[in-house]
Design a protein around this ligand. Structure first.
Ligand SMILES: Nc1ncnc2c1ncn2[C@@H]1O[C@H](COP(=O)(O)OP(=O)(O)OP(=O)(O)O)[C@@H](O)[C@H]1O
Length: 303
């Protein structure tokens, strides 16, 4: 993996009295697809907007392509592609015309027709932007974000509103951009499956800070919630979530002096574990301190 493209250290953001980011630390390296995953209101968009240079942080350090994003000029901006959550300009312009117009701002733009083809928008080339469906509009947003051949691409919830086919096509496009062109991509999503499919590394943002960060497989082992052990005793179903499920099963086996009635050990799915993590680290959960003592935060930067 290459040089560091994005660094954030202790990033903080306040909107009035509300502290939305409480010290975000992350690092993205060249050629990496990095997913910022988290529930609604976790601070994903705020983080990405600070890194794009669209929002001024309240405190902390940030470097993007070697520059403080709050001070990046035109030359810096031209190296970055941005796909915002809601971009609704130029509703009367034709799709191809808008794309070709934006392409003119760059030295080495992509061919607008090839791009429309890659995003499945050829049939809409002459259509007014304001008349596109939500999913088509989103695909045009992506086309606008990559037409300038950026080194670094920010995608804020890129597949929101996509149907399954469009989502799959978009995932394939992101994989192509990363693998064939070596583009560094940072995306936000609340879709765990999307993050797992696309990202080399995932940071889970909960209540304004990074709860855990690592590769999808490293994350699976760190985030994985405790297994549930169930058995039948005294005519009733008993259930526990011990630290060590196999040890409890062994102890039960000894206690029953043989097979344990109704014994079941259920390993939670990654989805359940993710939701468990979000609940524990969230504002209504036991709080960051309890969460840290519990493991994942202490094991931050899982393999
Ligand atoms: N301009 C603003 N003024 C005041 N509060 C804001 C502003 N923008 C965002 N917030 C608040 O900051 C918090 C984080 O918002 P943000 O959009 O960064 O979260 P998110 O993780 O991207 O959420 P979502 O998944 O819903 O897009 C939310 O509680 C939101 O209401």
């Amino acid at each position: 993996m290459g040089a560091t493209v994005i660094t954030a250290r202790g990033l903080r953001m306040r909107y009035g009295r509300a502290e939305v980011l409480r010290g975000v630390d992350l690092e993205v390296r060249a050629g990496e697809v990095f997913a910022l995953l988290g529930p609604n209101g976790a601070g994903k968009t705020t983080t990405i907007e600070i890194l794009e240079g669209f929002r001024r942080r309240s405190a902390g350090e940030a470097r993007v392509l070697g520059t403080d994003p709050g001070k990046g000029g035109d030359a810096w901006r031209a190296r970055i592609g941005v796909v915002l959550q809601n971009w609704r300009d130029h509703p009367r312009w034709g799709v191809r015309r808008l794309l070709a117009h934006v392409a003119e701002f760059y030295d080495r733009p992509r061919d607008p027709d090839e791009l429309l083809d890659a995003l499945g928008l050829t049939a809409q080339a002459g259509q007014a932007v304001g008349r596109l469906s939500g999913g088509q509009r989103r695909r045009l947003d992506v086309a606008l974000g990559i037409v300038g051949r950026p080194e670094l691409l920010f995608l804020d919830e890129p597949t929101a509103g996509f149907d399954p086919e469009a989502r799959d096509g978009f995932h394939a496009l992101v994989e192509r951009l990363a693998r064939e062109e070596g583009m560094t991509i940072m995306l936000t999503t609340h879709d765990l499956a999307e993050a797992e499919r696309l990202a080399d590394r995932i940071a889970i943002l909960v209540a304004g800070s990074v709860a855990v960060c690592g590769t999808p497989s490293g994350l699976a082992s760190v985030v994985r919630a405790r297994s549930e052990v169930r058995w039948v005793e005294g005519g009733a179903v008993r259930s526990e979530r011990p630290d060590d499920a196999s040890r409890l099963a062994y102890e039960l086996h000894r206690r029953f002096a043989g097979p344990v009635p109704g014994l079941e050990i259920r390993r939670p799915s990654l989805e359940e574990s993710y939701l468990d993590l979000v609940r524990r680290a969230g504002p209504d959960g036991p709080g960051a301190a309890a969460f840290a003592a519990d493991g994942p935060r202490a094991e931050r930067e899982a393999a």
